[in-house]
Design a protein around this ligand. Structure first.
Ligand code: PLP
Length: 415
């Protein structure tokens, strides 16, 4: 991804974009806010805030079950959003898009249903050493339950997957491989298409954690040919509490239900219940109607700017930040993969990342510090955590300069 983008120059009107984010004009500790914690959650543009307001002030009603006008309008808006999201990731069918609470719930859904249907004692699940805890623990619990084994693709010291190991790790028992598209700590972009193809040749299903990719690059699930792709609304300029599970129809149809209740049944009697079709089979109970509708507005907002433009701009910020950080004596960049996007992690000598984060906050600069829900990866690098600056389309080169000045100041104060 980033190799190609090096040749591109971003085409965005940054001030026009920034003016759409009310929060960006607030002060933090009497300083202009510099928000570099986008990997944790992005800020929201006015069109998204307006969509929330519009939903509750104009069409709020429960969906799918009402004959009255408001219910039909809310249903139409919710289903329109599902279609918008399906088109955005080039899913073959809108019913392959399941609304969930977020990436974590999407992965839990697959781990639970895939485990029940396809995993038996002695089988194996593959994850990578760079996974977020959300893409480790659900598999670990499922493996315990099914008597299966969790195996791990290691990373090298640049933060790249050691793909030569993959051939040994894929066996006739490997039922599923779960990997991140972009690492939340290292920024490594994994070659999902190539890995999917290797896994499929082995008869292994592939789940991709797209939490850190979806707002930063074009995603085409048919081209990647993954079986499942998971992401969260709040990391893509949308609201919290809403996310997506994309799943190939053939798997979702075979899965047992995840949660049960209203909305997911065909017929209920005390003797037996039958279940409805996709996508509703996996959307028991009243869903997050507002979140679903507004996520569609967030996708429209990104599409308006253009994913290529977003990627190109963020890549310029990333490359500049890395280059500037490297001019500071004692800086150690964690994650120097050839294909790198969205975030840079670093340490200053032996200074604890938390202390750097506190000083940056005093300067109005929001970064994330700690293990980033990547404890096994921290163990690999033998570090307690990192300072992570993660980018969004509204960030500027001047903000990178402020970050660099802040890091220099933190170094001076803490050395
Ligand atoms: N996977 C990755 C790579 C992440 O970065 C995150 C969140 O930071 C998650 C999964 C979990 O996302 P959520 O908390 O929105 O479910």
């Amino acid at each position: 991804m980033s190799e190609v983008l090096h040749q591109e120059k971003s085409m965005i009107a940054i001030e026009q974009i920034r003016s759409q984010f009310p929060i960006l004009s607030r002060k933090v500790n009497n300083q202009s806010l510099v928000y570099f914690d986008n990997g944790a959650t992005t800020q929201k543009p006015k069109s998204v805030l307006d969509a929330i307001q519009k939903y509750y002030s104009e069409i709020n009603a429960n969906i799918h079950r009402g004959v009255h006008t408001l219910s039909q309008e809310a249903t139409d808006a919710y289903e329109h959003s599902r279609k918008t999201i399906a088109d955005f990731i080039n899913a073959e069918h809108a019913h392959e898009i399941i609304f969930t609470r977020g990436t974590t719930e999407s992965i839990n859904l697959v781990a639970s249903c895939f485990g029940k249907k396809f995993v038996n004692a002695g089988d194996e699940i593959l994850v990578t050493e760079m996974e977020h805890h959300s893409n480790i623990v659900p598999w670990q619990l499922m493996c315990e339950e099914r008597g299966a084994k969790l195996k791990v693709i290691p990373v090298d010291d640049n933060g790249e997957l050691i793909l030569s190991e993959l051939k040994n790790l894929l066996t006739s028992k490997t039922k599923l491989l779960a990997l991140t598209h972009v690492s939340n700590t290292l920024g490594t972009v994994n070659d999902v298409k190539e890995i999917s193809s290797l896994a499929h040749k082995n008869g292994t299903a592939v789940l991709v954690d797209g939490a850190q990719a979806i707002a930063h690059t074009e995603v085409d699930v048919q081209d990647l040919d993954c079986d499942f792709y998971c992401f969260s609304g709040h990391k893509m300029y949308g609201p919290t509490g809403i996310g997506i599970l994309y799943g190939k129809e053939k798997f979702l149809n075979e899965f047992p239900p995840y949660q049960s209740g209203g909305g997911m049944i065909k017929e209920v009697s005390f003797e037996q219940t039958t279940f409805t079709t996709l996508p509703y089979k996996f959307e028991a109970g009243t869903p997050n109607i507002e979140g679903g509708i507004v996520l569609g507005a967030a996708v429209e907002w990104m599409k308006n700017i253009g994913m290529k433009n977003i990627s190109a701009h963020e890549n310029e910020l990333l490359q500049y930040a890395i280059q500037q950080l490297k001019t500071i004596d004692g800086i150690r960049i964690i994650g120097e993969a050839k294909h790198h996007a969205s975030a840079v992690s670093f340490l200053i000598g032996n200074i604890h990342p938390y202390d750097v984060g506190v000083i940056l906050d005093k300067l109005g600069i929001a970064v994330r510090t700690g293990h980033h829900c990547n404890q096994p990866l921290m163990k690999h690098f033998n570090i307690p955590g990192t300072v992570r600056a993660s980018f969004a389309v509204y960030n500027t080169m001047e903000e990178v300069d402020k970050l660099i000045a802040g890091v220099k100041q933190a170094k001076k104060m803490l050395s």
